[in-house]
Design a binder for this molecule. Structure first.
Ligand code: DUC
Ligand code: ZN
Ligand code: ZN
Ligand code: ZN
Length: 482
């Protein structure tokens, strides 16, 4: 059975043109004029684009004494309703737990996924077992390792552990990811604020200023450079972090930055809302920033110094957020966004002229497919690619509301925002997975996507390797020992 999407305008990261798209089974088999198929989908007036890929989600994540509220079922339903056809979650081994052991839990959780999915492996502790298991993780199709530089006493790893892990990544064709915030300084500021009586959600923002993020990004870049490995900085939220990334790139280093749709569009004034619950709902790390930082992130996406827009989708219910009444450090960190990423980015980015349509596709799909080594299976409208396709109506409008969302929680941080530009249909590997408000894909329809190792890339600057390659000097005149 073939399906042809006719009369639409195909928009990819490279170009925009009138063409039909022919799907046979789970693949795109032809793109061009006047194609015929068994079933015809009329895309007149609409754009035909690669499905979104969200490389940063946390479903059913054990975190801060609870589990994030969306599982792979509700979370990937939200994804499909928002035009995202693939998600990448984080596998988090517990203290002392093996990587392969932890992966079993994540495969099990992801059995409920409606979209295709992949995982990043988190390095939450360091030891011989982790060192030994990293290549086994890569051989299972996971080529990225995440490092938390914050969450001291829980997920945080220190510089020596990061350097060891980054060096291992370099050997095995994997790429390290960092959550970049100086966890020691955050922990100190949290204690200080609490001691001074600043226990409300605004304390969260004060405890994680942009400087702590900028410092950690610079440090991670230095460590990656010494290890000779590319680096991906998740949730790049501020100018200090962006500056470090663009400076590194200008020196020829492969460093990637990932702003979130939340940081691009929501600002720190949310934490000063007199309603505790309103502010607590928006507690995430890094926190929302001011307009200056937002402008920096938008500029980075246009300039190419930042490459990807993600969500860090990590939803917590009001009841869960209330764990932090009287102590902001106990408010579970995280917000949703999977259903809203593409419509909000289109509305605030493409419709305002900050991004072209092609840049929109690049930052929501194609760039991350390349970075994660799954292009052109994903992120492309090309013969041979998986038929993960969205049909996008640029004139469709809605007001974002928790009442109609697929996420399991009772609120939405984008509540009330009017969006213009929505997916009307999403296809996942050739099957209609979403149509006009209705998720058609079943729980369990998603498949694990293997991401092969990259050829190891030494991204070192021109001189350091030479300087650090040890050369023993034969010496005379050594003073007699004492
Ligand atoms: N930040 C969040 O807000 N939630 C999950 C983990 C993280 O780093
Ligand atoms: Zn993080
Ligand atoms: Zn995250
Ligand atoms: Zn099905």
């Amino acid at each position: 059975m073939t399906i042809v999407i006719k009369n639409g305008t195909v928009v990819t990261a490279d170009r925009t043109w009138k063409a039909d798209v022919l799907i046979d089974g789970d693949k795109i088999v032809d793109v061009g004029p006047d194609l015929d198929g068994d079933e015809v989908i009329d895309a007149s007036g609409a754009y035909v684009m690669p499905g979104g890929i969200d490389p940063h989600t946390h479903m059913e994540m054990p975190f801060m004494g609870t589990f994030s509220a969306d599982d792979f079922d509700s979370g990937t339903a939200a994804a499909l309703a928002g035009g995202t056809t693939m998600t990448v979650d984080f596998c988090l081994p517990g203290p002392g737990q093996g990587l392969i052991d932890a992966l079993q839990t994540w495969y099990q959780k992801a059995g409920k996924a409606r979209t295709d999915y992949s995982f990043h492996m988190a390095i939450t502790w360091w030891g011989e077992q982790v060192f030994d298991e990293m290549p086994k993780v890569v051989s299972q199709g996971i080529n990225t390792f995440k490092h938390f530089m914050a969450y001291k006493g829980a997920l945080m790893v220190n510089d020596d552990e990061m350097f060891a892990s980054f060096s291992r990544c370099a050997e095995i064709g994997a790429m390290p990811l960092v959550h970049a915030e100086n966890g020691d300084v955050v922990a100190f500021l949290q204690q200080k604020l609490m001691a001074e009586g600043n226990n409300g959600p605004e304390g969260h923002a004060y405890s994680r200023p942009p400087e702590v993020e900028g410092e950690a990004v610079n440090r991670a870049i230095m460590i990656a450079d010494q290890a000779g490995v590319p680096l991906y900085v998740v949730h790049t939220s501020c100018e200090q972090a962006h500056e470090a990334i663009r400076r590194a790139r200008q020196k020829g280093m492969r460093v990637f930055g990932e702003p979130l749709i939340q940081h691009l569009t929501l600002d720190e004034s949310e934490y000063f809302n007199p309603d505790w619950q309103h502010a607590a709902r928006r507690v995430m790390s890094p926190p929302f920033r001011n307009k200056m930082h937002q402008d920096s992130l938008w500029a980075g996406l246009a300039a190419g110094s930042l490459q990807v827009v993600a969500t860090d989708h990590c939803a917590f219910s009001d009841e869960q957020k209330r764990m932090g009444v009287g102590d902001f450090t106990k408010i579970p960190n995280g917000t949703g966004g999977l259903e809203d990423r593409l419509p909000v980015l289109w509305t605030r980015g493409v419709r305002t002229g900050r991004l072209t349509m092609n840049e929109f596709v690049a930052v929501t799909s194609t760039n991350i497919a390349k970075i994660l080594n799954i292009y052109p299976k994903k992120g492309a409208i090309l013969p041979g690619a998986d038929a993960d396709i969205i049909i996008w109506d640029p004139a469709a409008t809605k007001t974002i509301s928790a009442k109609t969302q697929k996420s399991a929680i009772e609120y939405n941080v984008f509540e009330g925002i009017e969006v213009t530009g929505l997916p009307v249909m999403s296809f996942s590997r050739g099957r209609l997975a979403y149509k006009e408000g209705d998720v058609r894909a079943d729980t369990g329809d998603g498949r694990f996507v293997e991401r092969p190792a990259n050829a190891p890339v030494n991204t070192a600057l021109s001189t350091w390797k030479e300087l650090t390659a040890p050369r023993k000097v034969e010496r005379s005149g050594i003073p007699a020992g004492v």
